[in-house]
Design a protein around this ligand. Structure first.
Ligand SMILES: [Zn+2]
Ligand SMILES: [Zn+2]
Length: 157
């Protein structure tokens, strides 16, 4: 996607670093417009086409830099001691000139998305959206869910 490549080029120029390759896929479904994952071998940005189709301008201006900022932070800082939407990520968003928005109140009716509240958790390799049911199990009953990729337990952000 040109917008993603453009943001990556912008970051490359701004920070003067060589950006590692990142795969871009358009297969994300559900309530998130985009997601960034890295398992140490592969870096991957996934976009949600139905959500982009409904809110194209907003996704181009916000979701694309949001996910590219995750990627930039991963390349520049790695994962250790870095919170997903922490100061490093917010700094990159600020450099991009984009509000550091994490949640949108978009109307997803008709896109086959269940209107269940989601909670953001992190693992060793990225960010997970956890359902309210799981969130309550973790919080109230000490349930442990692990990332299928890095096997790290999910922790609240
Ligand atoms: Zn994010
Ligand atoms: Zn993980």
């Amino acid at each position: 996607m040109d917008a993603t490549v453009g943001r990556i080029e912008e970051a490359t120029y701004r920070y003067g670093i060589a950006m590692a390759p990142v795969a871009i896929r358009f297969d994300l479904r559900g309530a998130s417009a985009g997601i960034y994952r890295s398992d140490g071998r592969e870096r991957l940005i996934r976009y949600n086409v139905p959500i982009f189709a409904r809110y194209f301008g907003a996704n181009l201006e916000e979701t694309v830099p949001h996910e590219v900022a995750h990627y930039v932070v991963d390349v520049v800082f790695g994962r250790r001691g870095v919170r997903p939407h922490g100061v490093q990520w917010r700094d990159v968003m600020s450099d991009f000139g984009v509000p550091a928005t994490v949640r949108h109140d978009w109307n997803l009716d008709g896109l086959g998305v269940r209107r269940q509240r989601r909670f953001t958790y992190r693992c060793g390799c990225g960010v997970h959206e956890v359902t309210a049911v799981r969130h309550n199990r973790i919080r109230d009953r000490g349930a442990v869910y692990r990332c299928r990729r890095c096997r790290a337990p999910l922790e609240p952000t």
